[in-house]
Design a protein around this ligand. Structure first.
Ligand SMILES: [Zn+2]
Length: 230
């Protein structure tokens, strides 16, 4: 297939939109991060070696001199950073192990953990999404260590993401581990693909929400907003 045929096939699949149009509009396809079935056939060591080779090729194509002392370690650094840090949340091995405790204090109102700072990356442009997550839940009889709420956010943030999916993945995980529908997730984030390129809007922010169970009422939503803005 020549390049023209390929791009035509792609644009048919995308209802006439180009991949660029789609990326800039930040559409997303579902709750699960789209991954190949054999995503973990390769070891992390092999993945880092491959990424390093491929990234040096990108740098080389751009004309960068990979023999320069400042640049020669970059492909290895990027590969290590991708696998061990910023995309480590793709690997289920890194999912936080959650221990629940009995709700001994009999605290049965909402618990809000606010201003959880996270760094993610936009899956359409591979540039940072920087934001804050606010999480709330109402105990179904079990409580979770507060730091675990933070860890759940960090795990799902460390993937190529779109904010809608990040919000829903965190909410889904909270519902599963806390065994309740009564969870809320609010994410307020800046996308560098919007501020540093494209439309170059430095002031806009994106807010996404998930209000499950008892949180899905006007009264609870405004109570929650009060705590977050306080
Ligand atoms: Zn983007």
């Amino acid at each position: 297939m020549n390049t023209e045929t390929i791009s035509k096939t792609n644009s048919n699949k995308l209802n006439g939109f180009t991949t660029d149009d789609i990326g800039n509009d930040h559409l997303f396809t579902g709750l699960e991060t789209p991954m190949r079935a054999n995503a973990f056939a390769m070891s992390n060591k092999e993945k880092k070696e491959r990424i390093s080779i491929l990234f040096s090729e990108i740098m080389d194509v751009m004309g960068l001199d990979l023999t320069d002392d400042s640049l020669k370690g970059t492909p290895d650094r990027v590969a290590k950073m991708y696998i061990e840090e910023i995309f480590s949340g793709l690997d289920p091995e890194n999912k936080p192990k959650i221990a629940l405790f009995d709700n001994k204090y009999q605290y049965n109102q909402m618990l809000v953990e606010k201003n959880i700072t996270f760094y993610s990356n936009c899956e359409h442009h591979f540039v940072p999404i920087i934001g804050k997550a606010h999480i709330a839940y109402k105990s179904s009889g079990k409580v979770i260590g507060l730091s675990k709420l933070n860890r759940i956010v960090q795990y799902y943030a460390k993937r190529p993401q779109v904010q809608e999916r990040l919000t829903n993945q965190i909410a889904q995980e909270l519902k599963t581990v806390l065994e309740t529908e009564d969870v809320a997730v609010i994410i307020d984030a800046k996308h560098l693909c919007v501020s540093s390129r494209g439309v170059k809007d430095d002031t806009s922010a994106t807010v996404t929400t998930y209000y499950g169970g008892e949180f899905n009422t006007t009264a609870k939503i405004s109570e929650l907003q009060n705590y977050i803005n306080h």
